[in-house]
Design a protein around this ligand. Structure first.
Ligand SMILES: Nc1nc2c(ncn2[C@@H]2O[C@H](COP(=O)(O)OP(=O)(O)OP(=O)(O)O)[C@@H](O)[C@H]2O)c(=O)[nH]1
Ligand SMILES: [Mg+2]
Length: 342
C-alpha cells in the first residue's frame, strides 16, 4: 500500500480512501501500525480541525435518529459530517447495527456524510485508540463536524470526553426518579443535555424533565470552560426535527467562546498529552506480551508459586532482565505516579 497516495486521497476528502485509512488504523498487525503512524504523520500537515461532538445516551433514547436528523440539517447548511461510533461494551447485537443502517439511511446516502460503525471485539484501549485516529483522519479529510456516538454505559463517557470538544447527552422524557438514574460523572461531563422525544404525548413530560435537569445542572460545580448559562438542558425532537437548529446554534456559541478564551486549545493539548501517555502504557503492556517476556514471566511465576522467590523480587528480576538500562532502585507506587511526575 502506498501511504503517500492514500494520504493524498484522504486529503481530497474521498470517502473510500477515508474508509480504507480507518481500516488501516484499526489493524493490530505490526506492519499496519507502522503504516498507520506514517499516514497520520503525513496528514498532520493539513492542520485541519473539525468540531468534534461527542454524543452519548442510553439504548433507545434516539441517538441514531438524532444523528440522522442533525447530520442532514448540517449537510443542508453546506457542512460535511462524519459519524463514528464507539462501543466499549462490544456487546452490540446485529439487530441494532441493522437498525442504525435504516435509521441513518438518508444521511449515509449523502455525498457530504461519512458513517463508520464501531468495530466489534476490541478492548476499551483499542477502541479508544482507533476512534481517536479515525477522528484525526476525518479531520484531515476536511469534515467540518465529527460526531462520535457512544452508548451511555461503562466508561464510554470518559472516552468521549477524551475525544471530543463538545459533549451532548441525550436523555428521554421520564418521571422524577429517572433523574437519579443518570450517573453524576456523565452529568458533569455534559455541555448540553438534550431531552429528546419532545413531541406528541411526550412533549409535556419532556419539558418537565428538561426543567428538572436544568435544575440539577445548576447544582454542579462551575467549570472554567463554560460561559454563562452552560452546561444547559434543552428539549428536542429528533423525529419531528425540532430544536435541532437551536442546539446547533448553542454548540457554535459554546465553541466560539471556548476558542476565544483559549479553552479549546487547552483541552486539545491536554487530550494529546493524555493520548501520548496512553500509547506509552499500551506499548509497555504489549512488551509484556512478547514471547521473551512471557516465557520469563512463566518461569518466574513458577518460582514464586514454589516459594523460592518473593513476588516483588521476581517482578524486579523480570524488569531488570527485560529493561536492564532502567533504574531499579525505587519502584513507583503506580504507573500514574511515574507518568505524572514531571
Ligand atoms: N417520539 C419520538 N420517538 C423517537 C424520537 N427519536 C427517536 N425515537 C424513536 O425511539 C426509538 C429508538 O430510536 P433510535 O434512534 O434507534 O435510538 P438509539 O439511541 O440509537 O438506540 P440504540 O442504537 O439501540 O442505542 C425508535 O423507535 C425511534 O423512532 C423522537 O424525537 N420522538
Ligand atoms: Mg442507535
Amino acid at each position: 500500500m502506498d501511504i503517500a497516495i492514500l494520504a493524498d486521497a484522504v486529503e481530497r476528502g474521498e470517502r473510500r480512501a477515508v474508509a480504507r485509512a480507518i481500516t488501516l488504523v484499526e489493524s493490530a498487525r505490526p506492519e499496519h501500525r507502522v503504516q498507520a503512524t506514517e499516514l497520520l504523520e503525513t496528514l498532520a500537515r493539513t492542520g485541519r480541525e473539525a468540531i468534534r461532538i461527542g454524543l452519548s445516551g442510553t439504548p433507545g433514547v434516539g441517538k441514531s435518529t438524532f444523528i440522522e436528523s442533525f447530520g442532514l440539517m448540517l449537510v443542508a447548511q453546506g457542512l460535511r459530517v462524519a459519524v463514528l461510533a464507539v462501543d466499549p461494551s462490544s456487546k452490540r447485537t446485529g439487530g441494532s447495527i441493522l437498525g442504525d443502517k435504516t435509521r441513518m439511511e438518508r444521511l449515509s446516502r449523502s455525498p457530504d456524510a461519512f458513517i463508520r460503525p464501531s468495530p466489534s471485539q476490541s478492548h476499551l484501549g483499542g477502541v479508544a485508540r482507533r476512534t481517536r485516529e479515525a477522528v484525526a483522519l476525518c479531520e484531515a479529510a476536511g469534515f467540518d463536524v465529527v460526531l462520535i456516538e457512544t452508548v451511555g454505559v461503562g466508561q464510554s463517557e470518559t472516552v468521549v470526553a477524551e475525544l471530543s470538544d463538545v459533549f451532548l447527552l441525550l436523555l428521554a422524557p421520564a418521571g422524577g426518579d429517572e433523574l437519579q438514574g443518570v450517573k453524576r460523572g456523565i452529568m458533569e461531563a455534559a455541555d448540553i443535555i438534550l431531552v429528546n422525544k419532545a413531541d406528541g404525548d411526550l412533549k409535556a413530560t419532556a419539558m418537565r424533565t428538561c426543567a428538572d435537569y436544568a435544575g440539577a445542572l445548576r447544582l454542579l460545580r462551575r467549570r472554567p470552560q463554560d460561559p454563562d448559562g452552560f452546561p444547559k438542558a434543552m428539549t428536542v425532537s429528533a423525529l419531528e426535527i425540532s430544536g435541532l437548529d437551536r442546539a446547533w446554534a448553542e454548540i457554535r456559541d459554546l465553541v466560539d467562546w471556548r476558542r476565544a478564551q483559549g479553552h479549546w486549545h487547552a483541552r486539545r493539548a491536554e487530550q494529546a498529552r493524555h493520548w501520548f501517555e496512553e500509547e506509552v502504557r499500551q506499548t509497555l503492556l504489549a512488551q509484556l506480551a512478547q514471547p521473551k517476556a512471557r516465557s520469563l514471566m512463566q518461569s518466574l511465576s513458577e518460582q514464586v508459586a514454589d516459594g523460592q522467590l518473593t513476588a516483588s523480587r521476581a517482578a524486579q528480576d523480570l524488569f531488570a532482565s527485560l529493561w536492564p538500562e532502567m533504574e531499579q532502585t525505587k519502584l513507583p507506587e503506580s504507573l500514574d505516579a511515574t507518568i505524572d511526575t514531571p
